[in-house]
Ligand binder design. Structure first.
Ligand SMILES: CC(C)(COP(=O)(O)OP(=O)(O)OC[C@H]1O[C@@H](n2cnc3c(N)ncnc32)[C@H](O)[C@@H]1OP(=O)(O)O)[C@@H](O)C(=O)NCCC(=O)NCCS
Length: 176
């Protein structure tokens, strides 16, 4: 049974194993790893996990240019499968490109509907934060992500040019 849990240092080895499966230099969608984060050493991983918790804590000002964000990890039997991030508000970049919610699963965990399951729970969290609607975006070629969004009632607003890339922008209404 998969679970959504708050980030924890206990899963360091499991996280590194999953990261390796993504491949060298891959962008781990929804995981909140910045290029400067050291997730390999025990101390670095501890700092990173603490920073993920800090980002959720609205009593702590967010990092410059970032917004408050709740991260949850998708795990099963101590195996790290992926992550989902819920940004509490939108800044200009998020409104244009990033959206409220990002997610990613390690390659061997894909194709089981886990993203849709995690998104369902995260929409409940967004509702409990008082959000009326959330923006989700994906690359026009990312069929799996588009279908995940559409399965939760995502309504396509537009496909926008965002500089180097184009992005499909969907809104999910959270109010009846
Ligand atoms: C996008 C992602 C999170 C989807 O998660 P998932 O749990 O594997 O999704 P699923 O396998 O259940 O697929 C969702 C839907 O897309 C369909 N799908 C999956 N791969 C597909 C493909 N290559 N082509 C067409 N449809 C595809 C599935 O059939 C399913 O459709 P259905 O709900 O109508 O049955 C996952 O593929 C991933 O982590 N990708 C890399 C990171 C990423 O792209 N994150 C999102 C950034 S916007």
């Amino acid at each position: 049974m998969p679970k959504l849990i708050a980030p924890t240092v206990v899963l360091h080895a499991a996280f590194l194993e999953a990261r390796e499966e993504w491949g060298e230099g891959a962008w781990l969608h929804g995981h909140g790893v910045r290029p400067t984060d050291d997730v390999v050493s025990a101390a670095g991983f501890e700092r990173w996990v603490a920073s993920l918790h800090d980002q959720e804590d609205v009593s702590i000002p967010p990092i410059d240019g970032w917004v408050h964000c709740t991260y949850r990890w998708i795990v099963e039997d101590e195996r790290f499968l992926g992550a989902i991030a819920l940004r509490h508000t939108l800044n200009d970049w998020l409104l244009q490109t990033g959206g409220h919610i990002g997610y990613g699963l390690r390659p061997t965990a894909r194709g089981r509907g886990l993203a849709s399951w995690a998104l369902g729970h995260t929409l409940e969290t967004a509702r409990s934060l008082g959000l009326d609607r959330v923006l989700l975006t994906c690359h026009p070629g990312n069929t799996a992500s588009a279908r995940t969004i559409e399965a939760h009632g995502g309504v396509l607003e537009d496909i926008r040019n965002t500089g180097p890339d184009r992005v499909k922008r969907y809104w999910i209404n959270l109010r009846p």
